[in-house]
Design a protein around this ligand. Structure first.
Ligand code: UDP
Length: 360
């Protein structure tokens, strides 16, 4: 199959590309505005890479769509600090530009695998009704759970809302024009190549990278509003394994389906995540002279600015992925943290020592 992978240079894209190249079954055209993470895979020579910004390249995008059998759309701004600082850019990229890809797929009758987000579920029903959601572990189900967002003035929801609208448009195109789509809702994937360390790069990445940065650069571990909200983490290799099954789509079981990809067993509060990472670092990676980061609590307004509101709890129901494509994740939280931290520690130590680094 000829696969057009849009957003191949990001965290999920680079890991997925590596796996697809290793499988050797498909011809990959990888598009992105960055290639560093793809370079790290050592597979760069085995794909066709085009340095490509989907914004303002419609003609070429349409030509490429026509030329491939399957379109995988990973193009997104998927980082909460950007939802607060750049809401219009977030809307335009995640909805307006992505809609063009979907419409080319409708026009040329191509199958699309569209990456969405677990954020479409918003907050829990418990939280919406003023209850303590830690007492109500209610998994989110793809086709049954309501999608509950906060008020408009909490503009962080613009990302979730843009993704939700895109999902709804795909569904409508499926009904009216027979578009063959599969939507994937990732639940907090982590692993090698996630984001960047904030001391080495401008910006405000997701939580794992902030905490990792603390061990390597001595910055404080900041618990936003005390770190009381929950996330359930999934190792990127597990996630990629499910994505590949969706791509293969045996007997069309994934046609016009939405899939949660997540690991309900790996749920922790952010405070627990910080403690687990501290323990993992001390046990496996600490060397003399490494800093001992302090753990502090900061307000969300201080950390993100006005307009942030958190998702309190997101437990994936993964019955559908198990039933339709036979997938369940394998990695528990401790092994996920160990593997992901190992990647960052080794890369950092090599850099400090001026040694050429190759991922193991
Ligand atoms: N968070 C935190 N400290 C940080 C960064 C994030 O406590 O340095 C919190 C954030 O408020 C949220 C959770 O960690 O409750 C996960 O945030 P992340 O940025 O990883 O993205 P999300 O899971 O919300 O998409």
């Amino acid at each position: 199959m000829k696969i057009l992978l849009l957003g191949a240079g990001g965290f999920i894209g680079a890991n997925l590309t590596e796996r697809l190249v290793n499988d050797g079954k498909h011809e990959i055209t990888a598009l992105d505005i960055q290639r560093e993470k793809l370079d790290e895979t050592g597979k760069f020579e085995e794909i066709r890479f085009i340095n490509f910004d989907i914004r303002g390249n419609e003609k070429e995008l349409e030509r490429l769509t026509v030329d491939h059998d399957l379109i995988i759309d990973l193009v997104a701004m998927a980082n909460p600090s950007l939802y607060v600082s750049n809401p219009i850019d977030v809307f335009k990229l995640n909805f307006t530009e992505n809609l063009k890809i979907a419409e080319f797929c409708v026009k040329h009758r191509k199958r699309i695998v569209q990456f969405s987000t677990c954020e479409v579920y918003g907050i829990t029903a418990a939280r919406a009704f003023g209850k303590d959601s830690s007492k109500y572990p209610t998994p989110f189900m793809e086709d049954d759970s309501p999608l509950i967002m906060g008020p408009v003035k909490s503009h962080r929801w613009i990302y979730a809302c843009a993704k939700q609208l895109l999902e709804r448009v795909l569904h409508a195109y499926g009904l009216e024009e027979g578009l063959n789509y599969t939507i994937i809702r990732p639940f907090n994937f982590i692993g090698p190549r996630i984001d960047y360390l904030p001391s080495e790069h401008t910006g405000n990445p997701r939580v794992f990278s902030h905490f990792m940065n603390a061990f390597l650069y001595g910055t404080p571990i900041k618990l936003v509003d005390g770190g009381l909200n929950y996330r359930a983490y999934t190792y990127i290799d597990d996630a990629v394994d499910c994505i590949v099954r969706v791509i293969e789509n045996p007997d069309g079981v994934c046609d016009r389906q939405i899939f949660n990809i997540g690991t309900p067993e790996n749920e922790v509060t952010i405070k627990e995540l910080a403690n687990r990472m501290c323990a993992t670092f001390d046990k496996y990676f600490r060397q003399p002279g490494d800093p001992y980061p302090e753990i502090v609590s900061v307000s969300s307004e201080e950390f993100y600015g006005k307009g942030y509101e958190d998702c309190d709890r997101r437990i994936p129901d993964v019955t559908k992925a198990q039933k339709l494509v036979g997938w369940r994740s394998k990695y528990d939280l401790d092994s996920i943290l160990f593997r992901t931290m190992k990647y960052f520690v080794e890369k950092h130590r090599a850099k400090q020592a001026g040694i050429q680094w190759v991922a193991t």
